[in-house]
Design a protein around this ligand. Structure first.
Ligand code: GLC
Length: 498
């Protein structure tokens, strides 16, 4: 970047993409534009729409806690509180080679995980990008693609040399399928509904583990599906493997969800299964569905309503739609489009590029928030490069402030979810660690700080006892550990519910 910050330069985005930057000294005069005062007035309006007071947060926590209880008491609730059949914590001594397949949102990942005991592991992995068509096409085809990727991975990494499979050897596989599935045992899972924009046909209501096994058979792979897990459950177990203070796991990525360890005696809806009431089992909350359909508790703006109405699943995942990476960029884009329609922004410029739904990536919000320059060069770069739009400094400051409001609201709502689990489980006094993962948590500047600040707004000083930390890779390593735990249970003759 030129030292004077005048003229042109380039900036490399986190994604590796390089964008051109142009700074102008007289931008206020080039085009018709909103004045600084107008932008400040607009900002005040959005501030009141997107800001959550501590009092409002406490009300949300109360409703959230009741919802969690309801999901544990009765089957088929909106927040389903899914028993995962992952019993208790890992010992840290789980060992061996395991495959993990991770179907989560944007990518498909295949991993070979070698658990070495004492909380140590090694991982080899390959990522495959999913196309939009694959997400919407027939479900069996999607699983066939997963099996095909697994086949390529095994041929490449275990076909010959050191890692070569021995004749007759069969590798246990943990399948991380990060969508709500109701489970009767650990290698079973009926898809309740697709989330995160997926919509593959002939899958909802069916056992995805059985569907995937069918795809595996086509390739005659020496692999046995041992466990079907959710990314949050994997994160919970993987984080505990390396940090035993972890009691809760949260994903802030394309979707948003949490898992925690529950006492079987406190899950009345599975009383009939005859599991030892003293046992512990991980619960996949699927809290993204909180306040779905009824919309009674969460503060939704009209932009949130538009995001919901135009989604492939209107009414569903109400909490997730205010928080997760899939939606934040779209919320900001909708505010900008409103101001374009009102004749406030980009007068005399062609705004067609910005008018395409979901074109404003959530990564742009984090880039705008982390722009270190007074002139907001990064913001200039985003708008000129991706949307062919000229901006004034006042506008750029407004965009950045708006990103902050939307990002902050997401973090504070997330704090409400965490607080609900903490209250329900009585973790506040003793404190606990929350393993967190996902692009928003890992890449959005200040996200974790805002969650912590939110927890203090809810609980006062004691909120400091609840600390989030970057989690271990739950979908890869966690999946392998759960496959190992399941295998150990089987070897120990605990067939029931394995
Ligand atoms: C969505 C899915 C959930 C997953 C979360 C994070 O909320 O329904 O299963 O854990 O995204 O990936």
């Amino acid at each position: 970047m030129p030292a004077s910050r005048r003229g042109s330069g380039s900036v490399t985005l986190l994604t590796g993409q390089t964008i051109a930057i142009h700074t102008r000294t007289q931008d206020e005069e080039d085009l018709p534009h909103a004045t600084k005062k107008t932008m400040a007035d607009h900002l005040r309006k959005y501030e009141s729409l997107f800001t959550l007071t501590p009092q409002r947060m406490r009300m949300i926590v109360e409703a959230f806690t009741e919802t969690l209880e309801l999901g544990l008491n009765k089957p088929n609730q909106i927040v389903p509180m899914i028993p995962t059949f992952v019993f208790g914590w890992p010992t840290g001594q789980e060992k061996g080679d395991f495959l993990a397949l991770d179907l989560g949102g944007t990518n498909l990942r295949v991993c070979l995980v070698t658990l070495q005991g004492e909380g140590k592991f090694e991982i080899t992995q390959t990522k495959y990008r999913l196309t939009e068509d694959q997400k919407q096409d027939d479900g069996q085809k999607l699983f066939d693609f997963c099996a095909e990727c697994l086949n390529t991975f095994v041929e490449t990494n275990m076909g010959e040399g050191e890692g070569q499979l021995k004749p007759g050897q069969c590798l246990p596989l943990g399948f991380t399928f990060s969508y709500p599935c109701s489970q009767e045992r650990i290698d079973h899972g009926e898809l309740i509904r697709w989330t995160k924009g997926f919509g593959a046909g002939n899958t909802e209501g069916r056992d995805v583990a059985a569907m995937f096994k069918k795809s595996l058979e086509k390739f005659q792979l020496p692999i046995q599906l041992t466990a079907l897990i959710n990314d949050t459950t994997g994160t919970l177990i993987a984080s505990h493997y390396v940090n035993p203070r972890t009691k809760i796991a949260v994903i802030f990525g394309t979707g948003c969800n949490a898992a925690y360890m529950e006492h079987v005696k406190d899950v009345p809806k599975i009383e009939n299964l005859g599991i030892d009431p003293a046992a512990e089992m991980a619960i996949n909350c699927e809290w993204g569905a909180f306040d779905s359909f009824e919309h009674e508790h969460l503060p939704r703006t009209k932009y949130d309503t538009i995001v919901d109405d135009t989604s492939n699943k209107p009414g569903e995942q109400a909490f997730e739609k205010l928080i997760s990476g899939r939606y934040l960029g779209e919320i900001l884009r909708l505010v900008l489009c409103e101001l374009i329609d009102e004749g406030v922004l980009f007068l005399g410029q062609n705004t067609y590029k910005l008018e395409r739904p979901y074109i404003f990536d959530t990564a742009f919000l984090s880039l705008m928030e982390s722009d270190p320059t007074d002139e907001l060069l990064m913001v200039i770069g985003i708008f000129t490069h991706f949307f062919a739009l000229e901006t004034t400094l006042a506008e750029r400051q407004f965009f950045r402030a708006l990103a902050k409001l939307i990002g902050r609201r997401a973090a504070r709502l997330s704090a409400c979810g965490i607080a609900a689990i903490v209250s329900k489980m009585g973790y506040l006094e003793e404190g606990c660690s929350v393993g967190a993962d996902g692009s928003l948590y890992n890449k959005y500047p200040g996200f974790a700080d805002r969650v912590h600040e939110g927890l203090q707004d809810i609980f006062g000083d004691k909120g400091r006892n609840i600390i989030t930390h970057h989690a271990e890779d739950g979908s890869g390593v966690g999946s392998a550990i759960i496959a190992a735990m399941t295998k150990n249970r089987k070897d120990a003759g605990l067939y029931l519910h394995v």
